[in-house]
Write a protein that binds this ligand. Structure first.
Ligand code: 5AD
Ligand code: SF4
Length: 432
């Protein structure tokens, strides 16, 4: 009988892909099959996120729960970003944990599995050319890493300390991964990196100097690829060439993530983001002008140390000017090993108040925008069968769309007319 693996994945798309890598390695070399019940598992993995403080606190209570319900001889491993930054401390606080594996070390999963109390958290470990096995959460789309780590020094962010310096994966390796995925039926390719449009700055060996725009061209030339998405680009590196390729290339989905973080140039400076409010507005305007159907999403942090009412008003101004289709907003959370951790925090209640002002203004904007979607015809890639008789997918510009139907729609790209709209999901009818 095969051994069973249960894995809980928190955090970003990068973590989703790291989990896929670990599942593939454990399956190919250790005979583990994935299961969805921790109680019957022989190995329980938690792939953690450390970008904000709350999920880190939750980790230890969750570990306690897993320890109580697991089979007597089952192992527990803590992986990912919190593993990177807490390391040995995890085993000190939760001695029943069998191993700790950092976000930059996922290729060592089959090794730590056999070394009780192993802690592997180096952040200069180079996994950029490691050949992982195949496992995909969805048969319809493929997540593919294009770089590991991050070279930016944003003062709020723990990621460079959990994932290390940025190294690009060689373009020919990426293209062959894409070809493999596309030939097995994944029409949509999701390119992943901490800072995708900085691609090509550093490789670990001698490699072709390929930048992100060129990489997009190469990926879109692969047979079977119909859609390309990517996350996350950095506003600073959104040069004209990149925006023009985005506009011109029909395989690139017309949805762009542009993490603003703050609308105040002073705060952007304190965050070391490298751009101004004006640059951000200029890039967003160019995008909207060149790609009128584009949807733009963003990340915003409120209450960064030193944020005044005037700074916050600038953020609201950008919110009103760009009219983002999606906003991920957070109250600043001080993180260890970051520059901002030494800065004086602002009042927490004021932060919560600003967050709710921002979110309610954005809800109003969404209510206005959803009406504009009524009656539109969009192309949808169907990926998920729901139990309520609907099939769900995403439009090219990333709207979540549901139509009545059955599994024969899965994996197909079809035109849909939007007949009902809400802030988060649209309903429609197939028109072709
Ligand atoms: N506090 C709050 N939000 C943060 N993010 C990153 N670090 C912090 C922090 N210390 C947010 C940023 C980033 C997103 C993934 O998480 O907005 O883009
Ligand atoms: Fe992803 Fe960052 Fe969270 Fe790590 S800390 S899982 S890189 S969001």
């Amino acid at each position: 009988m095969s051994k069973k693996l249960f894995i809980e994945t928190l955090g970003c798309a990068m973590n989703v892909r790291d989990s896929e890598h670990m599942i593939a390695q454990l399956n190919a070399h250790e005979g583990y099959e994935l299961c969805d019940d921790a109680k019957v598992a022989d190995l329980i993995l938690i792939n953690t996120c450390s970008v904000r403080e709350k999920p880190v606190h939750k980790l230890f209570s969750e570990l306690g729960v897993f320890n109580k319900l697991k089979k007597a001889d089952a192992k527990i491993g803590v992986c990912g970003c919190t593993a990177s930054h807490l390391g040995q401390e995890i085993i000190k606080k939760a001695p029943f944990v069998n191993f700790v594996l950092g976000a930059r070390n996922v290729s060592k999963i089959t090794d730590v599995l056999h070394r009780d109390k192993a802690v592997e958290i180096e952040i200069d470990y180079d996994e950029s050319q490691f050949a992982f096995g195949d496992f995909r959460t969805s048969p319809y789309k493929a997540y593919i890493n294009i770089s590991i780590g991050c070279d930016k020094q944003c003062t709020f962010c723990i990621v460079p300390k959990t994932r290390g310096d940025e190294i690009s994966i060689p373009a020919d390796l990426i293209v062959s991964e894409v070809a493999k995925a596309a030939s097995s039926g994944a029409k949509e390719i999701f390119l992943l990196g901490q800072n995708v449009n900085n691609y090509g700055r550093r490789f670990s060996g001698e490699h072709d100097k390929v930048n992100f725009t060129e990489l997009l061209r190469r990926v879109s030339a692969v047979e079977g690829v119909e859609r390309i998405r990517f996350t996350s680009p950095h506003p600073l590196h959104m040069d004209d060439e990149f925006i023009e390729e985005f506009a011109r290339n029909p395989k690139i989905c017309k949805s762009m993530h542009m993490p603003l973080q703050s609308g105040s140039t002073d705060i952007l400076k304190a965050m070391k983001r490298g751009y101004t409010k004006e640059w951000f507005l200029n890039r967003a305007a160019k995008l909207r002008e060149m790609v009128p159907e584009v949807s733009i999403s963003t990340d915003i942090i409120v209450a960064f140390p030193g944020e005044s009412d005037e700074d916050f008003a600038q953020t609201m101004e950008v919110l009103n000017a760009v009219r983002f289709e999606q906003v991920f907003s957070f109250k600043y959370s001080p993180r260890p090993h970051t520059e901002a951790q030494m800065m004086v925090e602002i009042d927490s209640e004021l932060g919560s108040h600003r967050l709710s002002l921002l979110q309610s203004r954005h809800d109003e904007i969404l209510d206005e925008m959803k009406l504009e979607n009524m009656g539109k015809i969009v192309e949808v890639y169907f990926e998920e069968l729901r139990s309520d008789g609907y099939v769900a997918g995403r439009s090219d510009n990333n709207l979540s769309i549901k139509v009545k139907g059955s599994e024969e729609l899965l994996g197909r790209l079809l035109k849909v007319k939007i007949t009902q709209t809400s802030r988060t999901v649209q309903y429609g009818e197939i028109v072709d």
